[in-house]
Structure formats: C-alpha cells, structure tokens
Design a protein around this ligand. Structure first.
Ligand code: NAD
Ligand code: UFG
Length: 337
C-alpha cells in the first residue's frame, strides 16, 4: 500500500517517512527541496533498509501530481509540504497563501480525480484564537494573527467543505503543538536554514558555540517562572501520531481536527535546565524583552487523540533534549556536514 508524503524530505516529513517504512508502508515523496536536503531521504532509506520513490517538483503542479497518482497505487496522502515561518509570512503573505493553499487545492483535486480518499493534513496550534483558556481543545475558538496561521485555518476550512460535498473523503487535520527532538539514531533531525527562530535549534546551536548566548524572550509573563510555556512534543511521537491518523482515516469518513501535543507545558527556563542536565553542556543565556506576538502559555488538551486515534505521547522532555543534542552534535552543519 503506497502512501504519498508531500514535504517528506522536511523535518517532520522525514521522521514520518521512516516510521511508515518501518511499519511496512511503501512511501512516495513529492518535495521540491526548497527547505530541505535530499540527504534526509537517503538516510531514511538507510535507516529503514528500504527504498522510497522520490519526485522533485512543486506540489502545486497538478499535471505532475496527476502523473504520480497514475504511476503509483496511492491509498492515502499525508500533506506536509508548506511554508511555515510565522514572521516571514507577515512580509510575504502572497507566497504563503499561494503555496499553502495552492498545494492543498492541487492535491485534493488530484485525489478526487484518482479516487484517493484519505488525507492527513499538517495543521498547527496556531489556528486557535489567542484568548482561549488553556489547555486548548479542538472545539475551542479559532482565529489567527498572521498569514501563516490563516493559511492553515483556510486549508482546514477547504478540507471540511470538501468532506461535506464528497462524503466518501476522510480527512484528519492534525494540529501540532511544538515539535522538537530528532530520531534517536542522530541521523535525521531538524536542519533550519539561517539563524533559527525556534527555541530548540537555537539552544543546540548555542551549545555548539555557533551563537554566544540564547536570548530568553521575556521573563515577566504570568507563568510560574515568568518565561513562556509551550507544549513540546518529540518529533518521533508526532510521526507515530500520523500512522495512527492514517489507520483512523481508513476506518472512518468525514473531517476531524485532532491536537497532537503532550498536554504538559514547559517554560523556556525549564527546557534550558533539562537540556543542560541531560546533556551535561552549558547554554549561556540572557533575558531579553518579550517577542511580539508571543503568548504566555500554550498547551494542548490531548484527550481526543487518545480517544479517536488511540495515541498519546510517550517520550518525555529528557528524550527530546537528548535526541536534539545527539542530532546537532553529530551533524553540526545539519545535512551539509
Ligand atoms: P519543513 O520545512 O522542514 O518541511 C516542509 C517540506 O515541504 C520541505 O522539505 C520543503 O522543501 C517542502 N515544500 C514546501 N513547499 C513545497 C511545495 N510547494 N512543493 C513541494 N515541496 C514543498 O517543515 P516541517 O517542520 O517538517 O513542517 C511540516 C508541516 O508541518 C508544514 O506544513 C508546517 O506548516 C506544519 N507544522 C510545523 C510545525 C513546526 O513547528 N515544525 C508546527 C505546526 C505545523
Ligand atoms: N524563545 C526564546 N528564545 C528564542 C526562541 C524562542 O525565549 O530564541 C521562546 C519563545 O518566546 C516561546 C518559546 O521559546 O516562549 C517557544 O518558541 P518557538 O519559536 O520555538 O515556538 P512558538 O511556540 O513561538 O511557535 C511554534 C511554531 C509555529 C507555530 C506555533 C504553534 O514555530 O510555527 O508553534 O503554536 F505556529
């Protein structure tokens, strides 16, 4: 049974491809490598001992997608391909709307033509409105503050409408919280281009000595130690969640939004301490001002994932910090090492 994975060379996609291949699925990847390296897929093949089919083109290209659907017995689609930087999306909204909506529309149209019904979509906790109480449950108010978030919410709506019009479709909208960590082999992991915006890659690069210190964005939030609290989830747990979502999609029809988070929040200082303790390295830091747009605390109610998918996060913060460092230490320049 072949699964089409768009964006399969990226951070979450590569971990999910590996999990799929280790569990007997055949994988077809479409990725134009705009934010990734083919080396990630070579390593996925080496780790799994299996080959995958790879196509290098833009998922918005319907004609080429049609050919891939014609050439493979695709049963389900996992759609990771997209642009994902919140700050960048504010400066280039049209590129974000064109890519994230365009790729989703192209894929959904192609699936319809080729009678492929199971669609797992990469959504984000960023689709929740800012004034919700924590933890965030799937029925909570939705709303966004930046173009990236709107692309995710609009894609959710497009797919919800598709399921109304075409009741044979089965769509799972997976709302990820904060994916971190890497495969325990240290062979695949997060490889951001340029200076990272996200906390964990900044910490690992600082531990390597590539940055003098981490700036903690604010310590005057209404949280136990004043620093921002997030629901960090190990990328391998997240990948496993996609396999559970695939199984669910095959058994059910319609459209479901499901959080993938642990339900437990950690502050920036808690993460720093855990990272230093588990890895026995020092990460110098300084306290800076709040980062515009950040919330004090964001964490999931993961109950629905437990009930519908039979999934819950198994790996803890020590695993996440250990595996993130193992990857960075072994690949100081990412896949270009
Ligand atoms: P990533 O950038 O590492 O992976 C995305 C992949 O898609 C890259 O390999 C890129 O080259 C490819 N791609 C992008 N647009 C494409 C297109 N039009 N055609 C072909 N390939 C294309 O990102 P990631 O962290 O693995 O995220 C995967 C998905 O999960 C994204 O949709 C992202 O918005 C979503 N998400 C990520 C996070 C996070 O913190 N990493 C959180 C919530 C949601
Ligand atoms: N932080 C720092 N210093 C840094 C980087 C981050 O103190 O150098 C803090 C942030 O202020 C925040 C926490 O670490 O409190 C996590 O920040 P990240 O940038 O790693 O993650 P965010 O929660 O801001 O954003 C992530 C994804 C978004 C997604 C959002 C969904 O990057 O794409 O989760 O909740 F939209």
């Amino acid at each position: 049974m072949e699964i089409l994975v768009t964006g399969g060379a990226g951070y979450i996609g590569s971990h999910t491809c590996l999990e799929l291949m280790e569990n007997g699925y055949d994988v077809v990847v479409v990725d134009d490598l705009r934010n990734s390296d083919l080396e990630a897929l070579r390593r996925v093949e080496a780790l799994s001992g299996k080959a995958l089919a790879f196509y290098n083109f833009d998922v918005c290209d319907q004609d080429r997608l049609d050919k891939v659907f014609g050439a493979h017995a695709i049963n389900s689609v996992i759609h990771f391909a997209g642009l994902k930087a919140v700050g960048e999306s504010v400066g280039m909204p049209l590129a974000y709307y064109a890519n994230n909506l365009g790729s989703t529309l192209a894929l959904a149209g192609c699936m319809k033509r080729h009678h492929v019904r199971n669609f797992i979509f990469s959504s984000s906790a960023t689709v929740y409105a800012q004034d919700n109480r924590m933890p965030l449950a799937e029925g909570d108010a939705l709303g966004c503050t930046n173009p990236y978030g709107w692309t995710k919410l609009m894609c959710e709506q497009i797919l919800r409408d598709l399921c109304v019009a075409e009741p044979v479709f089965s769509v799972v909208l997976l709302r990820y919280f904060n994916p971190i960590g890497a495969h325990p082999s240290g062979r695949i992991g997060e490889d951001p281009a340029g200076i990272p915006n996200n906390l964990l890659p900044y910490i690992t690069q600082t531990a390597l000595g590539r940055h003098a210190r981490l700036t903690v964005h604010g310590n005057d939030y209404d949280t136990p130690d004043g620093t921002g609290v997030r629901d960090y989830i190990h990328v391998v747990d997240l990948a496993r969640g996609h396999l559970k979502a695939l199984e669910y999609a095959k058994r059910n029809r319609g459209c479901e939004a499901i959080n993938l988070g642990t339900g437990r929040g950690y502050s920036v200082l808690e993460i720093l301490r855990a990272f230093e303790t588990v890895n026995q390295v020092k990460v110098p830091y300084t306290i800076g001002p709040r980062r515009p747009g950040d919330l004090a605390a964001v964490y999931a109610d993961p109950q629905k994932a437990g009930e519908l998918l039979g999934w819950q996060a198994e790996l803890g913060i020590e695993d996440m910090c250990r595996d993130a460092w193992n990857w960075q230490r072994n690949n100081p320049r990412g896949y270009r090492t």
